[in-house]
Write a protein that binds this ligand. Structure first.
Ligand SMILES: Cc1ncc(COP(=O)(O)O)c(C=O)c1O
Length: 427
């Protein structure tokens, strides 16, 4: 905390740029925490917010519903193969808490009291609330609360850059999957397997090898375990497809969306479940099968209206196709990035790039300066007119999805200048 004497006040946003109270402009390299889609102050989204506020700004979803939330639920079910119903919340962590609660209660509703354990992968991240911290345990973030968290069964994830000695990448993938199958075959108490869809984000941009997620979904089916996916950071186009689990050929029982759902304009998240799961919650009052969960702003009409407009714009602008094309710009910079002697690895998919920084390329030792890496890169980025954040020793490029090719080139050039500029401060 003491490293930060003050913070810049952002007073305006225009397109891909953030503007502070002094008039300084910064290119938003992290889509304002991975959620912005169309850039800032988009007139169509701003108009939607204003128009919906004149009708009804908020009414509760306890005993009632509202038009934008109903419409959004229909759209979400349509774009999400296999899903049947939607449960709203107002942030990704809550959406995952809800997913975990639904998965655990599903078995109780069926009368199975033994299935109470959650399986997951090492270094997953699902948010900062206690359930989400338990399931998505990243030791550096949550170590101080370890005793208060519930235990989960964790499996390793193959990261091509850091394969344990003696394994090829393929061997290691098989080893990880075998470990999962062995456990599943012996343990009948596993209620659900929870993982991020497509890639681990906060855990270090670990992009799953082809078939890995699919195989886990198959194992879940084989051993009667619910498969729960977190698409909060990776769905809605971030990895180049609207619904990442479709690309991964791994239909879940429960999935969560957040961040880009409203284009990054208002706070809303959603947990979707398939019919099998939904039906288990349906009963007479005295059966007590319903889900005791609800937030004040659940299904907020302004947030839902802006999400509806956002989805309409994805279709109208053919955004997913555009992302697939723009994403190729990243590839043009691989060589130049690798030439920097602290760049150990580059992991890229869609509109996501993680640049892993090391002291020694051969030994792959992560950089470990005395000061915060994030602060060093934030300060250096600011000098170059770019808003950058790092996660551990990884520089994260997570730009607004509708960024133009020329703007993405500028962003990559500024990132290269920033890494070179920060080099002497981190090794
Ligand atoms: C994969 C994933 N799940 C859940 C969350 C939590 O979302 P929120 O910050 O909206 O609570 C995040 C946030 O970064 C995330 O990356």
């Amino acid at each position: 905390m003491k490293e930060w004497s003050s913070f810049d006040k952002i007073t305006k946003g225009k397109g891909m740029w953030l503007i502070d109270s002094q008039g300084n402009k910064m290119l938003d390299a992290v889509a304002s925490m991975w959620c912005n889609v169309w850039g800032h102050s988009n007139p169509e989204l701003v108009k939607t917010i204003s128009e919906q506020s004149k009708k009804i700004q908020h009414s509760s979803m306890f005993n009632l519903t509202n038009e934008p939330a109903e419409k959004l639920a229909d759209s979400l079910v349509k774009i999400s193969p296999g899903m049947h119903k939607v449960f709203y919340s107002d942030n990704g962590s809550s959406a995952m808490e809800i997913a975990i609660k639904i998965a655990l209660q599903y078995w109780k509703n069926l009368g199975d009291t033994k299935k109470i354990e959650i399986a997951t992968v090492e270094n997953g991240y699902h948010g900062d609330t206690f359930g989400a911290m338990s399931v998505g345990y990243v030791p550096e973030f949550f170590g101080k609360f370890k005793k208060q968290l519930f235990s989960t069964i964790q499996f390793p994830v193959p990261n091509k850059y850091r394969i344990p000695k003696g394994f090829t990448f393929t061997d290691y993938q098989n080893y990880c999957l075998d470990k999962i199958e062995k456990k599943f075959s012996k343990n009948n108490n596993i209620a659900a397997f929870v993982m991020e869809s497509g890639t681990q984000m906060a855990g270090g941009v670990v992009i799953y090898p082809k078939g890995f997620q699919k195989k886990i979904s198959q194992l879940c089916k084989k051993y009667n375990i619910l498969f729960v996916l977190d698409e909060i950071a990776t769905g809605f186009g971030r990895l180049g497809s609207m619904v990442q689990y479709e690309e991964q050929k791994s239909i879940p029982d429960i999935v969560a969306y957040g961040k880009m759902l409203t284009g990054g304009y208002l706070t809303m998240a959603a947990t979707l479940a398939n019919k099998k799961v939904y039906d288990s919650f349906s009963g007479e009052f005295n059966d007590w099968k319903h889900l005791f969960h609800g937030h004040t702003y659940t299904g907020n009409p302004i947030a839902a209206a802006v999400a509806n407009q956002n989805i309409k714009m994805y279709k109208k602008n053919n955004l997913i196709k555009k992302i697939q094309k723009t994403s190729k710009v990243f590839e043009k910079f691989y060589n130049e990035l690798y030439q920097i002697d602290i760049v150990g690895d580059i992991r890229h998919k869609g509109m996501l790039m993680g640049i892993e920084l090391v002291k020694n390329k051969e030994r792959k030792t992560p950089i470990s300066p005395k000061k915060s890496i994030n602060k060093i890169f934030f300060d250096e980025g600011k000098k170059n007119g770019i808003y950058l954040r790092t996660l551990g020793n990884i520089v994260m490029l997570v730009p607004p999805l509708a960024i133009k090719e020329s703007e993405l080139e500028l962003l990559l050039n500024k990132t290269i200048t920033t890494i070179k500029g920060a080099k002497s401060k981190v090794v």
